[in-house]
Design a protein around this ligand. Structure first.
Ligand code: ADP
Length: 411
């Protein structure tokens, strides 16, 4: 089955056409036929498109709204020369990434009017992210009205967290009134990586005593503790700001520090929001970049603030991994994923220093060799093992969509 995977942001559209079915998903032989990215929707947009195994294509065009972006991506996928299908009729279903599903959505779901209403009820909790997801859905539904559309949520994997992991130390009425609690994000990545990690260990992912820690380290970063295939804790919270230090997001901090700055600088809500989301994290500390590659280069050139930013990043990650060993009552394996987790051996090494006290040792030679590919980075015979597991959120969205459309339980 060909599944179109859409990830719609406020001014961008990522799309992938994935060929998957039960056998392909089980054997891991499902594949991306083509992928693309349309950026700067609302004006002169940049369109990048890559049919698998063929030359990438790039153009600029006036794309004033998401509807036109969706039309453009379908035109590329079925283009006589660049396309990978003859006709858009070869697309059997659409899987939509939806950032926030609140407490209502505990798994992926076929979108109908009631589901759409439920998603819209969650707008308040991620006002920048979920409304564009729905915009993308409406645009896709308008041009592909006769095939099923499925919502796959960033939050749903973490809905298994117990109350002691998701409640904040705040007046309970705020939870009741505003749903103020930890939700967690990157759920599709943590689910994908933890399933693959279980396979690499030769275990069933839902073995009740299997204890895994997955680290998704991209521009956004989060860690999850997973027991018996279920998320029991994760570092992102009510929003994706909490937890690790990220490219431009602050991660954990003392809320009173914000009150202090707001008072001193007379900053309002939107300025604070911008500061915490866009000007903090690696960029904020270093003043150099939000990009880990640029920071590693600057550090090698003697830049002290770049070094401080990387040190803070690695130390915070190490504390989270260690605390999740405690939360899980031990650990069988840790996985690193995302642009940093997959490609930066130095970061993996710095973030796991000292964890050998918990049985988590790194094999320096294996670690150094692994860049962008899957493999083990702990020494042979380690009590607790460590792996690089490249993530693939689009593949998981496509598989979930296939399962929902076919009436199968998710893989
Ligand atoms: P996103 O969360 O936007 O999908 P990615 O998963 O692509 O982002 O991760 C982007 C991050 O990965 C950036 O900080 C980038 O510098 C980092 N990264 C990519 N390749 C390397 C590398 N070879 N060494 C260090 N960091 C890398």
């Amino acid at each position: 089955m060909n599944v179109l995977v859409l990830n719609c942001g406020s001014s961008s559209l990522k799309f992938q056409l994935v060929e998957t079915d039960e056998e392909k998903a089980r054997s891991g032989s499902d594949r991306t036929l083509a992928k693309g990215l349309i950026e700067s929707i609302g004006g002169t947009a940049v369109i990048k498109y890559e049919p698998a195994g063929r030359k990438a294509y790039k153009e600029t065009a006036e794309i004033l709204e998401h509807q036109i972006a969706v039309d453009r991506s379908l035109a590329l996928l079925s283009h006589p020369e660049l396309g990978v299908v003859k006709d858009r009729k070869e697309i059997a279903a659409v899987g939509h990434r939806v950032v926030h599903g609140g407490e209502r959505f505990t798994s992926s779901v076929k979108i109908d009017d009631a589901v759409l209403e439920g998603i819209e009820d969650c707008f308040d909790m991620a006002p920048l992210h979920t409304p564009p997801n729905v915009k993308g859905y409406r645009a896709a539904r308008a041009v592909l009205p006769d095939i099923p559309h499925v919502a796959v949520f960033d939050t749903s994997f973490h809905q298994t967290m117990p109350v002691h992991a998701y409640l904040y130390g705040l007046p309970y009425v705020l939870y009741q009134r505003y749903g103020l609690r930890r939700y967690g994000f990157h759920g599709t990545s943590h689910r994908f990586v933890s399933r693959r990690l279980a396979e690499l260990l030769g275990r069933r992912h839902d073995d009740a005593d299997l204890r895994l820690i997955t680290c998704h380290l991209g521009n956004g970063c989060s860690v999850a503790a997973i027991k018996g295939g279920r998320s029991i804790d994760t570092s992102m919270g009510f929003t994706p700001l909490e937890g690790l230090v990220m490219g431009t997001r602050c991660g954990d901090l003392d809320p009173a520090a914000l009150l202090h700055v707001m008072g001193r600088e007379e900053l309002g809500l939107s300025e604070m929001n911008a500061m915490l989301n866009k000007h903090a994290g690696l960029l904020g500390i270093s003043g150099v970049s939000n990009d880990m590659r640029a920071l590693l280069e600057a550090e090698a050139g003697g830049n002290e603030r770049a070094k401080a930013a990387i040190d803070v990043f690695c130390y915070r990650l190490r504390k989270y991994i260690a605390s999740y060993v405690g939360a899980l009552g031990g650990v069988d394996a840790v996985a690193f994923a995302g642009g940093i987790g997959e490609n930066a051996p130095g970061i993996r090494q710095r973030a796991t220093q000292g964890l050998d006290a918990m049985g988590l040792a790194l094999d320096p030679a294996r670690n150094d060799q692994l860049r962008g590919t899957e493999g083990e980075i702990s020494p042979a015979g380690a009590a607790a093992r460590m792996f690089v597991v490249p993530t693939n959120e689009e593949l998981l969205i496509a598989r979930d969509t296939f399962c929902i459309v076919s009436g199968l339980p998710p893989f």
